[in-house]
Design a protein around this ligand. Structure first.
Ligand code: CP
Length: 319
C-alpha cells in the first residue's frame, strides 16, 4: 500500500517517487503528534544500534531523538573506545551488537557502499546515515521536506546545488530525490569540484553562481570537504569564498522568496557568510528540526511498516 518495499534505506537512487512521497507524507503527518507530545510508540520493543564510524552531530543526534520519540531504545556505538581500534571489522561489530539485542542499525561509514554491504551480511534493517562519497538519503529527504514546506510542491521548481559536488554524498542523494519529485536541478562549483560524470545526469551545470542564482527557487550550499580531497582542488579557501561563496552581494541576486539550505556543518566565511545565516530566506535550522521527523518516518517504515500503516489508517491519513 505504501509502496515502501525494503526493511532498509540504503540509497535515494533505489527509492521510487511513490516511496519518497510516502516518507515525506509520514514525516509531515507526524509533525502535529510531535508538537502535541502524542507520538505513537511505533518502535516500542525495538533496539537500534547507531554505528557511526565517522563524526556526526546532526544525523546521529536526530536519529537518537527519532528513536526515543517513537519509544525505541538506542544502542550507542562509536569507533573511539570500541574494539574497532583493536581491528574488529564492521560485520563482526554489527553481529556482536545484534547478539546484545540490536534489531536494526543506522550506519555512517567512510566507505561508499558500506550500508549495502552490511545489510547483505546481517539481514536486519539498515539505514544509511552517510556512506563515503556515495549517498546520504535521509539528508536528501529532510531537504525535500524543508523545500516543500517553504516552496510548495517541487514539480518544476529550480534548485541549485552550489559547492563541492564531487565529494558530496548529499549532492548525489539530493539530485536523486529532487529530480524524482520533478524539480529541475542545476550544479555549480569550481571545475575541480564538479565531476564531468555529472554531465550524464539529468542536471544543468554552471561555472559561476552569478549566471544562475537569479532564476533559482532554492540554493543548497555544500561544505568544502577538505578531508576528502587527496590534493588541493582550489588555490585557497579565500578564493573559493570570493568566487563561489554565498555572501551579501550574491544574496541580492536571489529571489525574495527563495530558500537557502545547507546540510551542515557550515564553514562560516567559506561557502557562506554570517549574513546568509541571518537572512530570512535561510532554512538551515529548519532543516535540522525536520531531520528528526524524516528519520522518525524512515525508521518506522523500515522497521515497523505494518504498525505504521495501521496507525496511518486509524488516524485517517491513508490515501
Ligand atoms: N548534515 C550532516 O550529515 O551533518 P552531520 O555530519 O553533523 O551529521
Amino acid at each position: 500500500m505504501s509502496g515502501f518495499k525494503n526493511p532498509t534505506l540504503l540509497s535515494a537512487a533505489e527509492l521510487q517517487e511513490s516511496e519518497i512521497r510516502f516518507l515525506l507524507s509520514v514525516a509531515e503527518n507526524l509533525r502535529t503528534f510531535v508538537e502535541n507530545d502524542t507520538i505513537p510508540p511505533l518502535l516500542k520493543g525495538f533496539t537500534i544500534a547507531q554505528l557511526f564510524f565517522e563524526n556526526s552531530t546532526r544525523t546521529r543526534l536526530s536519529f537518537e531523538q527519532a528513536i526515543r520519540k517513537l519509544g525505541g531504545q538506542v544502542m550507542h556505538f562509536s569507533t573511539s573506545g570500541s574494539s574497532v581500534a583493536k581491528g574488529e571489522s564492521l560485520v563482526d561489530t554489527a553481529l556482536n551488537l545484534k547478539a546484545l539485542g540490536a534489531n536494526a542499525f543506522t550506519l555512517r561509514h567512510g566507505a561508499s557502499g558500506a550500508s549495502q554491504f552490511l545489510f547483505n551480511q546481517v539481514k536486519l534493517p539498515v539505514i544509511n546515515a552517510g556512506d563515503g562519497q556515495n549517498e546520504h538519503p535521509t539528508q536528501a529527504l529532510l531537504d525535500a521536506l524543508t523545500l516543500e514546506e517553504t516552496l510548495g510542491p517541487l514539480n518544476g521548481k529550480k534548485v541549485l546545488i552550489l559547492g563541492d559536488i564531487t565529494h558530496s554524498r548529499v549532492a548525489r542523494s539530493n539530485i536523486q530525490v529532487l529530480s524524482k519529485l520533478g524539480a529541475q536541478v542545476s550544479l555549480c562549483g569550481p571545475g575541480s569540484m564538479v565531476s564531468p560524470l555529472y554531465r550524464n545526469w539529468k542536471v544543468r551545470i554552471f561555472d559561476r553562481p552569478e549566471e544562475v542564482l537569479p532564476s533559482m527557487d532554492a540554493v543548497i550550499l555544500l561544505r568544502v570537504q577538505k578531508e576528502r580531497h587527496g590534493q588541493s582542488l582550489i588555490p585557497s579557501l579565500s578564493e573559493y569564498a570570493r568566487f563561489w561563496g554565498l555572501n551579501s552581494d550574491r544574496l541580492k541576486l536571489l529571489k525574495p522568496d527563495a530558500a537557502i539550505l545547507h546540510p551542515g556543518p557550515v564553514n562560516r566565511g567559506v561557502e557562506l557568510t554570517t549574513a546568509v545565516l541571518k537572512d530570512s530566506r535561510s532554512q538551515i535550522e529548519r532543516q535540522v528540526e525536520n531531520g528528526v521527523l524524516v528519520r522518525m518516518a524512515v525508521l518506522a517504515a523500515a522497521c515497523r511498516l505494518e504498525l505504521l500503516e495501521n496507525w496511518l489508517q486509524k488516524e485517517g491519513f491513508y490515501v
